[in-house]
Design a protein around this ligand. Structure first.
Ligand SMILES: Nc1ncnc2c1ncn2[C@@H]1O[C@H](COP(=O)(O)OP(=O)(O)O)[C@@H](O)[C@H]1O
Ligand SMILES: [Mg+2]
Length: 338
C-alpha cells in the first residue's frame, strides 16, 4: 500500500521584488510529505529552504511578494494556496504548526509561558482557563521540562535557549497539528541540547503520528532524524532520496559535497573539513545551464549551457544532473579540500 500523502507541494514558485528587479527564490519546487513521516529539507544558506516553508503557511513578508504560484495540497483536499487570509490564519497553528530558529521572536516577553500555551489551547478548544493551564503543564511535561508546574509561571527570558525551544514545541503541539514545520530549530543550540530537541521531535512524531518537515543546513542532523530528504540548491530541488540512498548512493555532486563536509566527530580532529569550493550565486545571477555548474568539477559544455530537469532514477530517488550516473560511480572524493 502506498503511504498516505499529508502534504503535496506542486510546482511552487515564489517571486519577490528586490531593489534591482525581481527574483524567484523558489523555482518550480515539488515534493511531498507522507503521513507520520519526517522529511528533511537540506542545503546551504540562501538555497530557498525558509522561503519554501514560509510559502506553505504564507508567512513571508507580503510587502515584497510579487507572485506565488503552484499548488500546496493538504490532506488530499485543500489547496493552501487558494485559502483566503482568514482561512490561512485558521490553518496556521491548527492543523499545521511551525517552529523557528529563534523562539524568543515568537514568544511574548511580557506573558508567562504557561499563559501563552494556555492561550494557544483556548484558541482551538472550548476549555476554561484553569483547564487550559492544567493542559499547559502537561504539554511542558511532555516536552521534558523539569518541574513544569513551577515553570508555567516563568517568563521567556528566564529560560535557556533549549528550554525556550521546548516551550515552542509545547505550544505548537497544543492544537494537535497533523504537520509540524521546523525551520532550523536547533541551529542556535549547543550539540547536547540540539540532540535532546531532535529526540523530542522524533518522540512526538512517533507518538502522535505527526508529519514533520525539518529544515536544516546540517546533514548530520538529517542523518539522525529524517526518513526522506530533499536537497535544495539556489531555489530548486537537486536531489530527493530516502535516508539510506541519500548517504549510500548520493547521485548529485552537490549532495556528495555536502556529505563530505560533515565533520567526523569520532575521527581525527586534525582532519580537514571538506567544503564545497565557492559560494551559492545570487538569485540575480542564476547560471544559464545547470545552477551548480560553476562550482562543479565535472561540469562540461552541456552543463554550462543547458539546465537539467529533475528526473526519477528509481527507488523514489530523483536527481537534477546530466551526468549523475557516471559521477555516482566515482569512488574518489568529489571535492578537494579548499
Ligand atoms: N522577502 C524577500 N524578498 C526578497 N528576497 C528574499 C526574501 N526572502 C528571501 N529572499 C531571498 O531568497 C533566497 C532564499 O532565502 P531563504 O529561503 O531564506 O534561504 P535558506 O533558508 O535556504 O537559507 C535568498 O537569496 C534570499 O535573499
Ligand atoms: Mg533559512
Amino acid at each position: 500500500m502506498n503511504p498516505e500523502k499529508l502534504l503535496e507541494v506542486k510546482r511552487l514558485r515564489t517571486h519577490f521584488k528586490t531593489e534591482t528587479g525581481r527574483v524567484t527564490a523558489v523555482d518550480d519546487v515539488s515534493f511531498h510529505v507522507n503521513k507520520g513521516e519526517i522529511l528533511g529539507i537540506v542545503g546551504e544558506s540562501g538555497c530557498g529552504k525558509s522561503v519554501t516553508s514560509q510559502s506553505i503557511l504564507r508567512l513571508f513578508d507580503e510587502k515584497y511578494l510579487v507572485k506565488y504560484e503552484g499548488e500546496i495540497i493538504f490532506k488530499n483536499e485543500i489547496d493552501l494556496l487558494k485559502l483566503s487570509k482568514a482561512q490561512m490564519r485558521q490553518a496556521r497553528g491548527n492543523e499545521i504548526s511551525m517552529i523557528f530558529q529563534d523562539p524568543l521572536s515568537s514568544l511574548n516577553p511580557v506573558l508567562t509561558i504557561g499563559f501563552q500555551i494556555a492561550e494557544a489551547i483556548m484558541l482551538h478548544e472550548n476549555t476554561s482557563k484553569e483547564e487550559a493551564m492544567a493542559q499547559a503543564v502537561e504539554m511542558l511535561r511532555l516536552t521534558g521540562i523539569p518541574s513544569p508546574e513551577k515553570r508555567v509561571h516563568d517568563y521567556p527570558h528566564q529560560l535557556s535557549g533549549g528550554m525556550r525551544q521546548r516551550v515552542m514545541i509545547a505550544m505548537s503541539l497544543a492544537c494537535k497539528p497533523r504537520l509540524l514545520i521546523a525551520d532550523e530549530p536547533t541551529t542556535a543550540l549547543d550539540v547536547t541540547i540540539q540532540s535532546q530537541i531532535l529526540d523530542l521531535i522524533e518522540d512526538i512524531n512517533k507518538r502522535f503520528d505527526m508529519g514533520v518537515i525539518f529544515i536544516t543546513h546540517d546533514l548530520g542532523v538529517v542523518a539522525e532524524l529524517c526518513d526522506r530528504v530533499v536537497v535544495m540548491y539556489l531555489g530548486q530541488i537537486v536531489e530527493e532520496a530516502d535516508i539510506y540512498n541519500l548517504f549510500e548512493n548520493p547521485k548529485h555532486p552537490y549532495t556528495k559535497g555536502l556529505i563530505q563536509s560533515i565533520p567526523h566527530m569520532d575521527g581525527d580532529r586534525e582532519e580537514e573539513l571538506h567544503v564545497i569550493a565557492g559560494t551559492v550565486p545570487s538569485l540575480e545571477n542564476v547560471p544559464v545551464g545547470c545552477r551548480f555548474a560553476p562550482r562543479c568539477q565535472f561540469a562540461d559544455e552541456q552543463c554550462n549551457s543547458q539546465a537539467p530537469e529533475l528526473r526519477g532514477i528509481g527507488d523514489g530517488q530523483k536527481v537534477r544532473c546530466w551526468h549523475a550516473e557516471q559521477i555516482a560511480e566515482r569512488k574518489e572524493e568529489v571535492y578537494a579540500t579548499s
